[in-house]
Design a protein around this ligand. Structure first.
Ligand SMILES: Nc1ncnc2c1ncn2[C@@H]1O[C@H](COP(=O)(O)OP(=O)(O)O)[C@@H](O)[C@H]1O
Ligand SMILES: [Mg+2]
Length: 250
């Protein structure tokens, strides 16, 4: 077995008061291999974002362990516009983190920022633009460029294409795939859209009601799902793979 970059064991998050508790994430375990893309699929409210936030350290688990063996992880969100300050241009936004966290000279950091823009195919003359001057897709590229500034070994992508047009979605998916292939970045790719997830993921974990109900290699899982919930999820978007007849019967 290859080296895991992330191991999650018995992770649980309960929200609410003592009287009314809700297990948003219920005792989940999984591992992510170095350079692998693990997809997490599940309908809205199944606990995907809560899981992502705990791994990224934005939310404290109630119990369980997160063993992240890499150096830097970065999270990319659904709404890229909101993650940029309206008063800072793209170049400054990209440089901000390293300006505070490293001793690198300003000039060196700017050079890195322009290189990061090249990597996500954002024209360099966009550096002076503000977030309102970028389209949704361009803004998501900028968010990915900013994530690349610290040379992450793990990117957690939470519904990163959900706010984008379908044609732009495909471009962002290609970009992420390219980063995985050429830079060996590991990906945790989270989406409610099984078609998107299966396009990029080596393995998939299906979440339902806070639990992982099924895990497997992407193709095997799609062609031969074991759980009824997974079958329904597949049938709803990929009737050709799924159980078309059964749906018709219902
Ligand atoms: N901060 C919070 N406080 C209380 N409940 C929350 C909070 N965040 C999420 N939840 C609840 O936890 C469940 C899982 O949410 P979430 O992880 O956002 O699901 P997903 O990302 O799969 O749509 C939902 O029922 C949601 O309402
Ligand atoms: Mg979510």
């Amino acid at each position: 077995m290859s080296e895991a970059i992330l191991e999650v064991n018995g992770l649980t998050k309960v929200f609410g008061t003592k009287k009314s508790q809700h297990k948003a994430v219920d005792n989940i375990s999984f591992r992510l291999e170095q350079g692998e893309c693990l997809g997490i699929i599940g309908e809205s409210g199944s606990g995907k974002s809560t899981t992502a936030h705990m791994i990224a350290g934005l939310l404290k688990p109630c119990s369980g362990e997160i063993d992240y063996k890499g150096r830097y992880l970065q999270m990319i969100f659904q709404n890229p516009i909101r993650s940029f300050s309206p008063r800072m241009n793209i170049l400054d936004s990209l440089c901000e983190g390293l300006l505070y966290q490293s001793d690198l000279p300003r000039k060196e950091i700017r050079k890195k920022a322009l290189e990061a823009m090249d990597m996500v195919k954002l024209p360099r003359d966009y550096a002076r633009r503000y977030r309102s001057q970028l389209s949704g897709g361009e803004c998501q590229r900028a968010a990915i460029a900013r994530a690349l500034m610290i040379h992450p070994d793990l990117l957690i992508c939470d519904e990163v294409t959900s706010a984008l047009d379908v044609s732009i979605q495909a471009e962002i998916m290609q970009l992420l795939y390219r980063l995985k292939q050429s830079m060996g970045i590991s990906l945790l790719f989270i989406s409610h859209d099984i078609a998107l997830v299966s396009g990029i993921s080596d393995r998939v974990a299906v979440m339902h009601d806070g639990k992982i109900v099924e895990t497997g290699d992407t193709m095997a899982l799609i062609e031969n799902p074991k759980q009824d919930y997974t079958k329904e999820l597949i049938a709803s978007v990929l009737p050709v793979y799924g159980e078309k007849e059964k749906i018709m019967e219902r």
